[in-house]
Write a protein that binds this ligand. Structure first.
Ligand SMILES: *Cc1c(COP(=O)(O)O)cnc(C)c1O
Length: 398
């Protein structure tokens, strides 16, 4: 029995069976490579689901969080702490937003965003039946509020009606959004680039149209940048590429590059009429350990010009993926933005993922027939060549 098999067997006895995990037990990482407990090495184009943007075992990152561990890990929000103060300033600065609340995950950032929008509407005119428009095929997380705005009935089935007062429009169909707007609509929530739903970027005309609609009717635009933000599309946040700004936004995944942290942010205009002391809180949220990670991540983005690197290398990645589409009829389409790319296939994507693992590469899916590539943002041409080589070998036999 291999070490992997031993841990898998043991794990299956105690872990709640909520994931159909791959038969891999990862042990350590370096740069864009991961190694399992049996010593098998993998080129990583999954980054822990778009999390590990700066690569594994980065010395400066590790040193920064170790230094914070030696100082203080947790204080509670009854007091101020220096990393939170500094991370808040930096995050507002890079996002163009005015106020931030740190959470422990993406789904909690969505909860906060929803509560902020409801409170804003309530302050303007107290009522209990405000509506939110969300998008079909969206994904916003697994807690009850986030689940309620997730446009995939498969995830919602068996969990009741959720928070209610949610209507679903068609993504990239402005008319379908307009048809759902009424005097009770307080917010429209969407991913700037849909992730789990299959990697669909918003059409510029659609996002601009929704922004105008929101301005006209004082509806808040909530953009979920949990997956597509933090440099993944080549801009710090994907909305920048559309020349618009949300009223409320969420981030998580790459924000801490592995330390669990998320955030929701808003403009001052929203903050003035939204959450006040007593409305929201979190024991861990924004603790010094998590915020030290955020600060270090943002420092590296700045000093290493991570977004510039993504922008520079995107044409190469797209060209190589387009070549796969030209060569292999099973590849139906390539789409995406920056280092958030998809290959839609005519065959189940899961089979390709398993074969790639055998060949020493980690990739993930986004829906049953879509391969999702969300590598660490520090990949170079050689890593793209290597992955494309592996995919070529696999697709040749399909
Ligand atoms: C991953 C994800 C979430 C949920 O984040 P968690 O940290 O898993 O709770 C929400 N929205 C989007 C777009 C995501 O990709």
């Amino acid at each position: 029995m291999s070490l992997s098999e031993k841990y898998i067997e043991e794990g299956e006895k105690n872990l709640l069976h909520t994931y159909n995990r791959f038969k891999i037990v990862l042990d350590h990482g370096d740069g864009v490579y991961l190694t399992d407990v049996d010593g098998k090495k993998y080129l990583d184009f999954a980054a822990g689901i778009a999390v590990f943007a700066l690569g594994y075992n980065d010395k400066e990152y590790n040193d920064a969080i170790k230094a914070q561990i030696d100082k203080i890990i947790h204080t509670s929000n009854l007091y101020y702490n220096v990393p939170a103060v500094e991370a808040a300033k930096e995050l507002c600065s890079v996002s163009g937003m005015d106020r931030v609340f740190f959470t422990n995950s993406g789904t909690e950032a969505i909860e906060g965003a929803i509560k902020s929008a409801l409170k804003y509407a309530y302050t303007k005119a107290p009522a209990e039946d405000y509506e939110i428009i969300a998008m079909e095929h969206s994904f916003h997380g697994r807690s009850m509020g986030a689940l309620s705005v997730t446009g995939n009935s498969h995830y919602r089935e068996a969990f009741g009606t959720g928070i209610g007062h949610i209507r679903f429009a068609k993504y990239n169909d402005l008319q379908s959004v307009k048809e759902l707007v009424n005097e009770k609509t307080c917010a429209i929530i969407m991913e700037t680039v849909q992730g789990e739903g299959g990697i669909y970027p918003a059409d510029p005309a659609f996002l601009k149209g929704v922004r105008e609609l929101c301005d006209e009717k004082d509806i808040l635009l909530i953009l979920d940048e949990i997956q597509c933000g933090m440099g993944r599309t080549g801009s710090m946040f994907a909305f920048e590429e559309y020349g618009i700004k949300p009223d409320i936004m969420t981030t998580a995944k790459a924000l801490g590059c592995g330390v669990p942290v998320g955030a929701f942010l808003m403009t001052e205009r929203v903050a003035e009429k939204s959450l006040v002391p007593g409305d929201h809180g979190s024991t861990y949220g924004g603790n010094p350990f998590a915020c030290a990670a955020v600060l270090e991540v943002l420092r590296q983005f700045r000093e290493k010009d991570i977004t510039g690197h993504v922008k520079d290398l995107t044409p190469y990645l797209e060209e190589k993926l387009d070549e796969l589409k030209e060569k292999f009829p099973v590849v139906k389409e390539r789409r995406g933005k920056g280092f958030m790319q998809a290959l839609e296939l005519n065959i189940p994507a899961g089979e390709i993922v398993t074969k790639a693992q055998e060949e020493g590469a980690l990739i993930i899916t986004a829906g049953s027939n879509v391969l999702r590539l969300v590598p660490p943002l520090i990949i170079e041409k050689e890593h793209i060549d290597s992955l494309v080589g592996i995919l070529t070998k696999i697709l040749q036999k399909c």
